[in-house]
Design a protein around this ligand. Sequence first.
Ligand code: FMN
Ligand code: 173
Length: 402
Amino acid sequence: MRVRHNYGMTRTPPEGRPSIGLTRQTQVYLAGLQQQRPHLPVDPERLERAAHAAMTAEASGYLDGMPQAMQANLDAFRRWRIVPRMLRNVEERDLGITLFGHHYPAPMLLAPIGVQSIVHPDGELGVARAAASAGLPLIFSTASSAPLEHLAAAMGDAPRWFQLYWSKSEGFNASIIRRAEAAGCHALVVTLDTFLLAWRPRDIENAYLPFIQGVGIANYLTDPAFNAELAAPARDHPQGAIEHFLRVFTNPALNWDDLRWLRAQTKLPILLKGILHPDDARRALDFGMDGLVVSNHGGRQVEGAVASLDALPAVVDAVEGRVPVLLDSGVRRASDVIKARALGAQATLLGRPYLWGLALAGEAGVREVLANMLADLDLTLALSGHRTFDELTRATVVREPA
Ligand SMILES: Cc1cc2nc3c(=O)[nH]c(=O)nc-3n(C[C@H](O)[C@H](O)[C@H](O)COP(=O)(O)O)c2cc1C
Ligand SMILES: O=C(O)C(=O)c1ccccc1
């Protein structure tokens, strides 16, 4: 089943099907799933618990982040409340948005998440197919368990972006950007907050690092520049490529001036992911960046970090509408997408929730999580009194009373 990227604007429900007021596109997407729905928990907290119960201890520990930073992301969303508006004729709605000249069905992308095969054998390929069926853009991670070309092939012409882990190897960086362009990615998202992997208590307790087993480095193993760099003895030694990956992955010397090199590499729009300070946002614009992703990496890098949503308004003010600002970290339900949009995020990235779907039911689980999110988004947009996301403003939300 394939759904084109045009949600809404039609009132007729699919034949013989009672309408509960969803846009036609949301109905069609849900209807297509009826036969194969795994029926996962719809509530995100229950979904999370079920997924963690189904995973190995190592995968469960790896998905977790630091308790305070993760909780801060969720608390920040809870502190904002939507103020619904009445009697505004919201019968015809359009959830679509446009970013960098491309139309997408909803203000939601799938966040780049590495090493997905540790939660389910469907891994990134299952996620790619599920994203394609919803028409929602998937951001391929550099640290994927499958090469980006395989994911692109599984998606047909459905939209995808590429996330870059900017390694110490200039040859690899240049090569992987070329590959992302060739695979039809619409934009390059450069993740700045993970130039080292943080002190992650659960992984340390489990003595766990996925790459040691060679998981999550498919883009490196298939890269001609990366392979050319391997010394001959390393090439003959199965662990050689893994050791080389570990050497080049960490890159703490990166600084702003390096963005000049990156800017010269591609004409694709470049977004910086991990921006939390308004001065960094302004600086990104000085270096010709095309967008920002406000993110604390799902609370996985700096314990006690500011919540993404709390950092958003100052970044949006600093940017003054010059480039799109996106947000992730803590998006769990449609109302979170609406709150983020009201506070100035053009779109949000959905992270862990789709991984929970993957863990429980592979590709079908991801499809279901996405379908549930879209239906919730469609209804919550309407019930809060809006036909499009452009109608949301800061006045759509209030902070909870102290
Ligand atoms: C298991 C896991 C792996 C991740 N891998 C990557 C990655 O490869 N590249 C990246 O930019 N971000 C990665 N992230 C961060 C996500 O892109 C996103 O910022 C985060 O999941 C948002 O937080 P949330 O899932 O709590 O909403 C990863 C997150 C998780 C949970
Ligand atoms: O674990 C992560 O958060 C992450 O971003 C990552 C980093 C390197 C490889 C795979 C995932």
